[in-house]
Design a protein around this ligand. Structure first.
Ligand SMILES: *Cc1c(COP(=O)(O)O)cnc(C)c1O
Length: 373
């Protein structure tokens, strides 16, 4: 059994994917060939943004967005403490200060109450200028934008949605990667929409931001002349090959895979909800199930269960074993566990189960038998 079965997906889409790859090789347009622009148009239309700018990976997407806003030293960037490192690391790389925010244990997403406390603390300290909130759509469920956007408005902050895990999710009729001022996603192979290597994208409704992003992903070039460099940028484009792979994968995603993972999640929840804390999807929210994560009683129970699953050939993962405030790279910030009670609780109790659109009900039955046995 696979944690995320990319081979089953390839088998289902092989004809289209192989043809797409071959067409790119035949064209020799490996950098910013036609499939890249086609993908950008399709993804922007799908999420409901005016522009999509594809780039090298989800980390670069976050960095490009922050660079577009000129974020740097002296600026505070608020993000979740319980996330992949890039949500905060990209602020640090630009010399800005990540300010880590505790989560709600029910959704694993940024707690709006903790966010407001952190904003007020930074304002009271007077050392940093609050600039951006980076909410993370963790495990596929959009963050609580109904609460976060009014807080951003109240304090005059921009919102950058880290939708690396969130692509395909929604709140009512609004799709992930359309919340806040800009959004990013990742096409890392294991994400809800993944390619066969690294890839990412930034979404915006602003023509100016779109132009700046396109410049910054290519060494700060002018719109017309590649060798006229207007500012310091990155080299971060999505390979044409990856765009060609993503086009049929996106078709399958929109056509049935998003429904399929939601069906798999229901199969799990029906079987597990009486014995474990199963994922909470808020009313009106849809998850794209980057992960299906349950909570066990404590660390000992979690570790024992992971070992038991492994003994039966069933892979599971601990996302995440530590909060960002516990990372060595951020030790200098000297943040204590007391500030992050829900993150600390989650790190001890979470267990993510195999999740992908090609899981069958009998696979889920087999996994749940071990969990319930
Ligand atoms: C994967 C991920 C990223 C980074 O994406 P890459 O394509 O791996 O660089 C950023 N944020 C979150 C929440 C992620 O899960």
């Amino acid at each position: 059994m696979q944690f995320r079965d990319l081979k089953a997906q390839y088998k289902a889409l092989k004809t289209e994917i192989d043809a797409g790859i071959q067409a790119v090789i035949d064209s020799s347009a490996f950098i910013l060939g036609k499939p890249v622009a086609e993908l950008e148009d399709k993804l922007a239309a799908y999420v409901g943004r005016k522009h999509c700018v594809a780039c090298g990976n989800g980390t670069d997407a976050l960095q490009l967005a922050l660079m577009t806003w000129g974020i740097g030293p002296g600026d505070a960037v608020f993000t979740s403490d319980f996330t992949y490192f890039a949500s905060a690391g990209t602020a640090s790389i630009l010399g800005a200060a990540p300010v880590l925010v505790d989560i709600d244990l029910a959704t694993f997403n940024m707690s709006p109450a903790a966010l407001e406390q952190q904003i007020q603390r930074v304002l009271a300290e007077g050392k940093l200028a609050p600039k951006v909130i980076v909410p993370v759509d963790l495990f596929g469920q959009p963050a609580d934008y109904d609460s976060i956007l009014p807080i951003a408005e109240k304090y005059g902050l921009k919102v950058l949605e880290d939708g690396a895990q969130g692509f395909g999710g929604s709140i009512r009729d609004k799709r992930a990667c359309s919340f806040g001022n800009m959004s990013t996603t990742s096409f890392f192979p294991a994400k809800p929409l993944g390619c066969y290597g690294d890839g990412g994208a930034v979404f915006t409704d602003s023509d100016e931001e779109d132009a700046r992003l396109r410049s910054l992903r290519a060494q700060g070039k002018s719109p017309v002349d590649k060798y006229d460099n207007r500012e310091i940028g990155m080299n971060s484009r999505l390979d044409t090959l990856q765009a060609a792979i993503l086009l049929p994968k996106f078709r399958a995603f929109a056509d049935h895979e998003l429904d399929d993972v939601n069906r798999v999640a229901d199969w799990y929840t029906q079987r597990l909800q009486n014995r474990f804390v199963t994922p909470t999807v808020l009313p009106g929210f849809l998850s794209s199930w980057a992960q299906y994560t349950i909570l066990l009683e404590d660390r000992a129970a979690r570790d024992a269960m992971q070992a038991r699953l492994k003994g039966q050939g069933i892979p599971s993962m601990v996302y995440y074993p530590r909060g960002l405030h516990q990372q060595e790279a951020y030790r200098w910030m000297d943040l204590c566990d007391d500030l992050y009670p829900n993150t600390v609780e989650a790190t001890k109790r979470v267990l993510s189960l195999p999740m992908h659109p090609y899981l069958t009900e009998s696979d889920v039955e087999q996994i749940c038998k071990v969990l319930l046995g």
